[in-house]
Ligand binder design. Structure first.
Ligand code: UDP
Length: 236
């Protein structure tokens, strides 16, 4: 499948059309951004790592019955996916206190949650992705009641499956951001699942192995992305 014209360029990926109107190509860049685009930079080979890691995880989820947009990996930086109409709601699942939850609740990072927390954010860069709930989603027509139920159920299921998946690889899944989209009247998991959109801590040492290293200038950014890649892709 060859790529045709560029349809969209985001912060970390480019979407290209293909000869098939139902299929698009996700091209993974090395560009990194944080704090709603205020901090910009490059993480060498991040695109290759995120493409491979996402493909491995989407395949695993498909095996477990989760419907995703993955068709197949084409090469190091390109993934062929089903074309989605993205639902502008980011679904965040949390297992451990970190990031904006620590701030909002005035808690230190690292406290384990008794049960996963599910949150919705309105996917809008100009507004800085504000937190919303199902009343906002329904009122402003971002998704139907039926779709909200799918986001909730699939979100919790994916978090549960991936918590175990990462645990077997000595990684703690602290939190994760998921995006979904519509394809032929079906809701599929889209976007990517990589250290860019998850918090991943080493199971024993608690060392951060995700984009927080870039966000907060913790150093060894490339090394930790590589480590996640080896733990995920060499075991799978
Ligand atoms: N996240 C993301 N994109 C966003 C916001 C958050 O991928 O626009 C991910 C983030 O990497 C983390 C999880 O969602 O794994 C929860 O993020 P949080 O709400 O704590 O916000 P942050 O601290 O990243 O601003």
């Amino acid at each position: 499948m060859k790529r045709l014209e560029q349809l969209y360029e985001g912060k970390a990926k480019i979407i290209y059309a293909t000869e098939d109107p139902d299929r698009v190509i996700q091209y993974f860049k090395d560009d990194a951004s944080a704090f709603n685009g205020v901090k910009k930079g490059t993480i060498v080979d991040k695109g290759v790592i995120n493409n491979h890691v996402s493909t491995t995880i989407f395949k695993y989820l498909e095996e477990k019955g989760v419907r995703t947009h993955l068709v197949k990996e084409l090469n190091d930086r390109e993934m062929l996916v089903k074309r989605l109409e993205i639902i502008p709601v980011e679904v965040v699942l949390r297992n451990v206190v970190a990031g904006s939850l620590a701030k909002r609740m005035g808690l230190p990072e690292g406290e384990k949650l008794k049960a996963p927390i599910l949150e919705f954010y309105y996917k809008d860069d100009d507004l800085g992705d504000p937190m919303i709930n199902e009343y906002h989603i329904k009122e402003f027509g971002l998704a139907t009641a039926e779709e909200i139920e799918i986001l909730r159920q699939q979100g919790l299921l994916i978090n549960e499956l991936l918590f175990e998946f990462f645990k077997q690889r000595n990684i703690r899944l602290v939190d994760i951001k998921l995006e979904f989209g519509r394809h032929k009247r079906e809701v599929l998991l889209g976007d990517e699942i990589s250290p860019d959109g998850c918090r991943l801590w080493h199971w024993e040492t608690g060392e951060k192995m995700d984009k927080d290293r870039f966000r907060f200038n913790l150093g060894q950014v490339e090394e930790k992305y590589q480590e996640v890649y080896h733990l995920i892709c060499n075991k799978a």
